[in-house]
Design a protein around this ligand. Structure first.
Ligand code: AMP
Length: 439
């Protein structure tokens, strides 16, 4: 199946050929004709599925078919949770639009950098704006743009937008949009808050659901290596050398752990950098660029910062710390095996985190083979949880209701969190182990 039967214009087909996108991915196949037809959409598709082109292609085609006047009015608004995702979507949209005769202007705006160049960039208007919510509101306050002409709204990674607490910003933005418009929601997961927002905003939406296929086509081999938590950095170094991994994305639980692990790897002579929400935008962009150009071998990242990070041909992802949920696990391992390439996802599992990993497996409906590496066989045994300790930790871990008895799942999560906390603390006395956040 090729792109040509999907109803796309010759200019877009030319751009696709140049990008060497030969065949549409499942989400592109399902979404493009429906979006071209003007339908609202609720799509569960994550980064790696080709979702960016799935909404950019029809959106650009509709804009090019009806050129806007001068100054340009913002006719499409794409809201995203992170700066990296904004930059990536802007790049893809510009590449796809490069042969449009009406020369569409695509502006990308995000926080963490000076607002002035972005205000200058919006002079004369823009056809498409890709934005993180906070910066968009700042720009609206500066009257740098007007959203009254928006014809299509895209919420990309809608679950993450709500997870990161952007509800208020979204409300402030939504009231600035005309009520007659096309709405497209893309979300890796569809938790209740996303469904509620979708029910409120979408008009008879088409549903596109491609998550299982994404994992199937992307052929990710999963492996769990049993190792004591105190020996994980050594094991990581050993594996990078032994297995000749060219590039590795390593996930940890906290910003602090990202710094510590990257530092230890650097001291061992590996080109490694941390990647988390507290780094400056310039630093984050540089790390990504160096990683893409293979000047960096290892990036040690937190979940929030790595979300939406698109590095093609990334052969290995390592869960140095286990993710908190099965959903996060899927996001993490989806960083490898992108768009049909093969990939390897390795999880380090200790006695304290075995039970938590079993939960992740159960949620996914898979059993991940356990292995041990010679010289790194684990010696630790699982810590027994004191009843009072487990209860209070479980409450904290789940945001649980006071007085409610923790379930078995809560206890396992609490044990995993305790273990992660303990690991981070054994690395240093610094107690800055907060979870990562982004703007
Ligand atoms: P996305 O899910 O939009 O982040 O895309 C994931 C990766 O797949 C990106 O590196 C895209 O360049 C690539 N990609 C998207 N669509 C296609 C396609 N039809 N053929 C080949 N690669 C694609």
């Amino acid at each position: 199946m090729y792109f040509s039967p999907l109803g796309l214009s010759p200019t877009l087909l030319r751009a696709l050929a140049e990008l060497r996108y030969m065949q549409p991915t499942p989400v592109q196949l399902a979404a493009i004709p429906l979006i071209l037809a003007g339908r609202d959409m609720l799509a569960s598709a994550e980064t790696g599925s080709g979702k960016t082109a799935a909404f950019c292609l029809p959106l650009l085609q509709r804009l090019a078919a009806a050129p806007g006047g001068r100054p340009r009015r913002v006719r499409a608004l794409i809201l995203v949770p992170t700066r990296e995702l904004a930059v990536q979507i802007g790049e893809v949209a510009r590449q796809l639009a490069r042969y449009e005769t009406s020369a569409l202007k695509i502006a990308v705006v995000f926080g963490g950098v000076s607002i002035n160049p972005q205000m200058m960039g919006l002079r004369g208007g823009a056809d498409v704006v890709v934005a993180t919510p906070g910066r968009l509101i700042d720009l609206l306050a500066h009257k740098a743009l007007d959203l009254a002409g928006v014809q299509t709204l895209v919420l990309d990674e809608a679950d993450r937008l709500l997870d990161l607490g952007f509800d208020d910003e979204l409300q402030q933005i939504l009231v600035r949009l005309p009520s007659a418009r096309q709405n497209l929601f893309f979300s890796a997961t569809l938790p209740a808050p996303v469904q509620a927002l979708a029910a409120r905003l979408l008009q008879s939406p088409a549903r596109v659901d491609v998550l299982p296929e994404v994992l199937e086509v992307s052929a990710i081999a999963q492996q769990a290596i049993e190792v004591d938590s105190s020996r994980r950095t050594q094991l990581l170094r050993h594996l990078i050398g032994q297995e000749s991994w060219s590039r590795v994305l390593v996930f940890v639980a906290t910003k602090h752990a990202a710094e510590i692990v990257a530092d230890k790897l650097r001291k061992a002579g590996l080109a490694a950098e941390p990647f988390h929400g507290e780094l400056s935008q310039g630093k984050r962009t540089q790390v990504l660029l160096d990683f893409k150009n293979s000047e960096l071998k290892v990036v040690v990242a937190t979940d929030v910062a790595a979300r939406g990070l698109d590095v093609s041909q990334l052969p290995v992802v390592v869960n140095y710390d286990l993710p908190r949920s099965a959903v996060d696990y899927v996001h993490r391992i989806g960083r490898t095996g992108r768009a049909g390439e093969s990939g390897l996802a390795v999880s380090f599992v200790s006695a304290a985190t075995q039970a938590h990993f079993r939960l992740i497996e159960k949620r996914q409906g898979v059993t991940v083979p356990r292995t041990q590496v010679a010289g790194f066989e684990p010696l630790e045994t699982a810590p027994a949880l004191a009843p009072t300790e487990s209860r209070s930790e479980a409450g904290a871990a789940t945001g649980g209701v006071k007085g409610k008895r923790p379930s078995k799942k809560d206890k396992l999560r609490a044990a995993a969190l305790l273990a992660a906390d303990k690991d981070a603390k054994t690395d240093s006395d610094d107690s800055d182990n907060k979870a990562d956040t982004d703007d």
